[in-house]
Design a protein around this ligand. Sequence first.
Ligand code: NAD
Length: 491
Amino acid sequence: MTSRTIPVAEFDLVIFGGTGDLAMRKLLPGLYRRDAAGQIPAHSRIIALARTEQDTAAFCDQARASLHEHLDQSECDAALMERFLGRLQYLFNDVTNAESWDQLVTVLDQQPEHVRVYYMAVGPSLFGVIARGLAGVGLHEGNARLVVEKPLGHDLASARSLNAEIGAVFSEDRLYRIDHYLGKETVQNLMALRFANALFEPIWNSNCIDHVQITAAESLGVGSRGSYYDRAGAMRDMVQNHLMQLLCLIAMEPPYTFEADAVRDEKLKVLRALKPIQGRDALLKTVRAQYRAGEDSPSYREEAQNPDSTTDSYVAIKAEIENWRWAGVPFYLRTGKKLRARFTEIAIVFKEPTHSVFAKVTATPVVPNVLSIRLQPDEGLQLQIMTKDPGPGGFRMHDTQLDMQFSAGRSDDWRMPDAYERLLMDVVRGNQTLFMRGDEVEAAWGWIDPIIDAWESIGQEPEAYEPGSRGPMTAMEMLARDGRRWREIEK
Ligand code: NAD
């Protein structure tokens, strides 16, 4: 079985911030791969725009070096590389300079019928400036789409004003808010698993599910992103977007169709049903922590170059959804830097069988079923079930992992597509299903803000945790109080 490549219309993709880390590490490699797969139409162009003073030839040298760094060497074919680089154009431009838009108009007007995609690979303070700049020269009209990415606000008020700024130029049906977690194959498989199989949906509720754990652990510290991260912290950088989107996909009701607004309506209902965490409740239902220095590694405060920082590099939350399906089923979320391993997983932990028929014949305890959806390091699904050890005599059992390999049945050179490949082509196609709507982003902030306010009003200092550990003690205690434990952060 090979991947199917769906044709897309001819397009011009303008990357504002085309020399930056996001463009070099994610966007260009994703586009190269789509080009190699034959999905990019012959006359489509990628126009990088940034503040570095250089010409297209110099930009292509930079792009070539970066592609060699970020692609597997087996993917770097000389002819494909030259064809891809031939699509690139570079414009030296400062978007805050009102006169600098004419150059872009000239280039884009060469292909007026192309779908136009504007990707904001710049900081959010420039989103409004760019949207207004495009409108000022009429480049926002027709087939034009705007793509933005986190951080989408710092709190509810700033998210609203960001939505209003870009929404004044681009209507909601032409706005694409990326959360790259939604572009991951495993996350889409979670939806296939739930809504394309008769097996899971009947047990996907509080009758059969004990609790859910969502973990996004990083082994690295904040490193060179220290000054940005120190203004955000784990709560704003990870929980408000990625973890809450994953929570929505697990908890949402089946949409009536797999189309953008039907899916997004259901996600929004989940966000609105989240039980608020306010005031001293935050002490019981949330944990915030910061990594301390290790034997040979600096502390968070040293890396962030802020000796008094109280920013969280780790957060754990017990979230509860107040609706019929999920009453009494906690969703435990945790994310942190400098933990034991780089590991992202959603675990659906089922209830134990109501009666163990094996209790009198075997000492083996029955372990609950767990459906684990692994996002990294290796994307895949596993179902933990109890099985009998083979052989005569006795009845010994153990828990077995039923591995649902995505690569099974695929050709040897099959590769898991990167999230950006999928999402970029979805923008060109005009498919918003895997993108966040403005009201979702605001609803997520509406739940997060009171927690941050509570931390501030209680004056809760972050707890220190060991680098390379499983996280702070208080997070272990939070689950222990409920008679549960976190799943292992696997190396
Ligand atoms: P970066 O600093 O590496 O790159 C910024 C780019 O913007 C550069 O190309 C720079 O020339 C350009 N730029 C800045 N001011 C400009 C101006 N006035 N006119 C024209 N160009 C200008 O940043 P980055 O890491 O690529 O991140 C860009 C944005 O994407 C940030 O908001 C970041 O939070 C977000 N983001 C980045 C990543 C990532 O993996 N790097 C992931 C998700 C979101």
